[in-house]
Design a protein around this ligand. Structure first.
Ligand SMILES: [Fe+2]
Length: 168
C-alpha cells in the first residue's frame, strides 16, 4: 500500500508516543526502510527536481521529530565525526552509497575543546537500508558521488547545540 509522508509521520508519532526510547526508534527505523522502497514517495520527494541538501518534509507539532529529504550532489565528501547532541537520528539511504563510520569516545568534549574519538566500525549503507544512531553515538558519513537520503531527527538539529569531536 502506498503511503504519504504525512501518513508515515502519523505512524512514527503513534510509535514514539508509546515508546520514545531505543525500541520505539527501532520500530520507526523499520518503517523508514519501507518508505525507502516506496516509488511514489521517492518520486514525489527525491525525484529529478529535488536538489535541496535539507528539505523538511514533516515536523511533528507535538513530539518535534522531523522527517527530512537530503540530496547531496557533487563530488566526494568526507564529513566530520559528530553526534546529535541530546537527540537521536535515523539515516535512510534512498540512492547512492554512504560509507558510515561509528566511533568510541575516548575523551568527552570539555571547556570548549573538542572531544576525542576513535573509529570502531565502518560499513556501507546501500539504497533501502536505514540505521539508527542513539543519543550520543558518534558517527561520520562519507560519499564518493551523489547520494540521496531520508533522515529522521528526534528533534530538529538546527535547534540543538552540539559539541565538536576529532579523530585520533
Ligand atoms: Fe549524523
Amino acid at each position: 500500500m502506498t503511503q504519504t509522508i504525512e501518513q508515515f509521520g502519523a505512524e512514527c508519532r503513534a510509535i514514539l508516543k508509546q515508546d520514545s526510547g531505543p525500541d520505539g526508534v527501532e520500530q520507526v527505523r523499520l518503517g523508514l526502510e519501507k518508505v525507502l522502497v516506496d516509488e511514489t514517495i521517492l518520486a514525489t520527494h527525491l525525484g529529478p527536481a529535488a536538489d535541496s541538501e535539507r528539505n523538511i518534509l514533516y515536523e511533528d507539532p507535538e513530539l518535534k521529530f522531523c522527517i527530512i529529504a537530503h540530496v547531496f550532489k557533487g563530488g566526494a565528501k568526507d564529513g566530520p565525526p559528530h553526534n546529535h547532541g541530546s537527540t537521536w537520528a535515523i539515516y535512510g539511504q534512498a540512492a547512492g552509497i554512504t560509507e558510515m563510520t561509528e566511533y568510541r569516545v575516548i575523551q568527552a568534549p570539555a571547556d570548549g575543546k573538542p572531544g576525542k574519538v576513535e573509529p570502531i566500525k565502518t560499513y556501507r549503507m546501500t539504497p533501502g537500508t536505514a540505521t539508527a544512531y542513539d543519543v550520543g553515538q558518534v558517527h561520520s558519513q562519507k560519499r564518493e558521488s551523489e547520494t540521496s537520503l531520508i533522515r529522521i531527527e528526534g528533534k530538529n538539529l538546527k535547534l540543538i547545540k552540539r559539541a565538536p569531536f576529532e579523530r585520533v
